[in-house]
Design a protein around this ligand. Sequence first.
Ligand code: FUB
Length: 336
Amino acid sequence: MSEVQDDLEHLKAHALSQPLVEHIYTADPSAHVFEGRIWIYPSHDIEAGIPFNDNGDHFGMEDYHVLSMDRPGGEVTDHGVALHVDDVLWAERQMWAPDAACRNGKYYFYFPAKRADGIFQIGAAVGDSPAGPFTPEPSAIDGSYSIDPAVFEDDDGEFYMYFGGLWGGQLQKYRDHVYDEANDLRADDEPAFGPIVARMAADMVSFAEPPREILILDENGEPLLAGDNDRRFFEAAWVYKHQGRYYFSYSTGDTHRLCYATADNPYGPFTYGGAIMTPVVGWTTHHSIAEFEGQWWLFYHDSTLSEGVTHLRCVKMAKLTHREDGSIETLDPYPG
Ligand code: FUB
């Protein structure tokens, strides 16, 4: 056994938790409690045979499966294909990290995909069951761009979509929400790119307002800088509320951490709070957070199931703890 394989075996043996399913590769788990059951909306990883690059073209996913369980540790059901790229008129490839929401008994599924011109947008699809299938809208959500939609329902019944991702996610190509191929990453001493937010319209398949950029501030109230790779937003937005505060959590991408920031309203600015999880096996790290019967859970992925292949991942879940002061205890995915 090589040294690398030896290390992987050790990490697998000492993992915080095990894959929720092993019959398919899954990633980017967005978890919700609908109708008293835990529903997980993951990416469905496949070996698409596309060479690796920094744009993530090797993440060539084509469809989505929905997973569910009646309780943590319960049997996980795979509800089969809920949506396929061939059924989406506007999309051509790369069905990346999705999310879902429920409003007035209807279920809405949100997903990023590349159009034929290679530009990512975010689509919506509608169904009558949390398991799908979902019927896609004929066009992408007007005003949406980049990747990784996460839809948060506030206590007043308003829904907000958070989205955006750097590098292959194309967020750096936008200024004031307009794409230009000539745009690129900001200099290290400039403010970091923020995630984007827009309130959803009542139809849940369009925005009620123009998208706006969110600021994440440091401990001195200054915007995190583009060169602050350990703390700045990269991709994989998620929002939830705990004890009246809004928690925005995300991946730092090239430094492979899950971090969070808090605010007193859904638009921010958010103030950086700390790390939720240290790096996992594999390049990407992407999560969601949900409460089930009074316990908070972190849903995340790593690449242990494929022995470290970065685009063949497996979703997992672990208990998450908020301290009395609202801060989050940092999890080590391989504590042994
Ligand atoms: O799964 C494809 C991409 O990898 C996601 O959209 C990102 O968040 C990263 O997990």
